[in-house]
Design a protein around this ligand. Structure first.
Ligand code: ADP
Ligand code: MG
Length: 315
């Protein structure tokens, strides 16, 4: 099977999108953005042996690759529109390609994203990368740098499900057959907060998606906004199969952390109900430059590492 056959067979079953003037098949794609919008662009790469094991389900790898990009777009409060896909294959395994493309395109179509191009090459190690382009009304995006002292800090969903499932896999020799349905979902069908986030952008000050650990993401918001934070972790919904320190530093939740002034808390809950999204108030932005954690009415020891870093966690 050659490169052209792979693209035609697996990556052209696509969404019909009037805004795609030129899709897959020419030298480059052409799209028409909506008037009055800015383009928001992100990309995420997954490498076999690093982000997923060779026993991982292909469908889940494809789904998660698209979902991880969608999560970045949600954190900006933008509407996802078009994607490109870069594939480096070590072998042409048709059953893998079938599962991978189904997962990727199903996740894309569920969010009205059209695949408009990409590149397909071979190499020593399986490597998959998506670039996602989104739209947002001019100056409406939620930025990491916009948190204000006295904002409330909220998280969506339950934290630590993916970290807990990954921990279980590591203890079980990456045998995916042992995973429960909930563990499989946590690792390979992460939540989407896009619809909630688009409306949240009207009222939230800052937002970030939780891909490398809740605490790590909070530190990034604090650094970018030049503020500090106090977290009250008693109310945090987290996966109790792992301890709270692990839950707030483990990766791949793909939930949102956002900050919001008091006056908009009620509206944030109304929108959350509308989109069936659990949200929890877990603390306050402060005008110190430090992050403090409280649990069971006590100052909690600060974890040695606040999250996942590809280079530091490489050994
Ligand atoms: P070129 O050699 O001109 O770069 P390619 O043969 O790489 O063209 O690609 C042909 C068409 O297929 C282009 O429209 C490209 O964007 C698209 N394409 C290539 N690989 C993929 C892929 N993995 N998924 C989606 N579209 C792809
Ligand atoms: Mg090319």
């Amino acid at each position: 099977m050659n490169e052209k056959d792979i693209i035609r067979k697996y990556f052209t079953k696509n969404l019909d999108d009037q805004a795609v003037i030129n899709g897959i098949g020419d030298d480059a794609a052409i799209v028409s953005p909506k008037r009055g919008n800015q383009l928001v662009v992100t990309t995420d790469t997954m490498v076999e042996g690093k982000h997923f094991s060779n026993t991982a389900p292909a469908y889940g790898v494809g789904y998660t690759l698209m979902a991880s990009n969608l999560s970045d777009i949600a954190a900006m409060g933008a509407t996802p529109r078009w994607a490109t896909l870069n594939l480096t294959l070590n072998i042409v395994d048709e059953s893998w390609l079938e599962g991978f493309s189904n997962g990727l395109l199903e996740c894309a179509q569920a969010h009205n994203v059209a695949l408009i191009g990409g590149d397909t090459t071979c190499g020593q190690c399986l490597n998959v990368s998506v670039q996602l382009i989104a739209e947002v009304l001019i100056n409406k995006a939620m930025l990491r740098s916009n948190a204000q002292a006295s904002d409330n800090i909220f998280v969506t969903g339950v934290i630590g499900n993916a970290a807990s499932a990954l921990h279980y896999l590591q203890q079980n020799n990456f045998n995916h057959e042992k995973l429960s349905t909930a563990q499989n979902t946590a690792l390979y069908k992460p939540p989407s907060r896009i619809d909630y986030a688009i409306e949240l952008a009207e009222i939230a000050n800052a937002a970030i998606d939780i891909s490398d650990g809740l605490l790590n993401e909070l530190e990034l918001i604090c650094k970018a906004s030049n503020v500090g934070a106090t977290l009250q972790l008693d109310n945090l919904p987290y996966n109790h199969d792992i301890d709270i320190q692990h839950a707030i530093t483990g990766g791949e939740d793909y939930e949102l952390l956002f900050t919001i002034p008091n006056e908009f808390i009620k509206q944030a809950h109304v929108l959350a109900d509308k989109h069936q999204c659990l949200i929890t108030n877990i603390g306050k932005i402060t005008n110190t430059k430090t992050v403090e954690l409280y649990h069971a009415n006590k100052l909690m020891p600060y974890p040695k590492s606040s999250g996942y870093d590809h280079f530091q966690n490489n050994q």
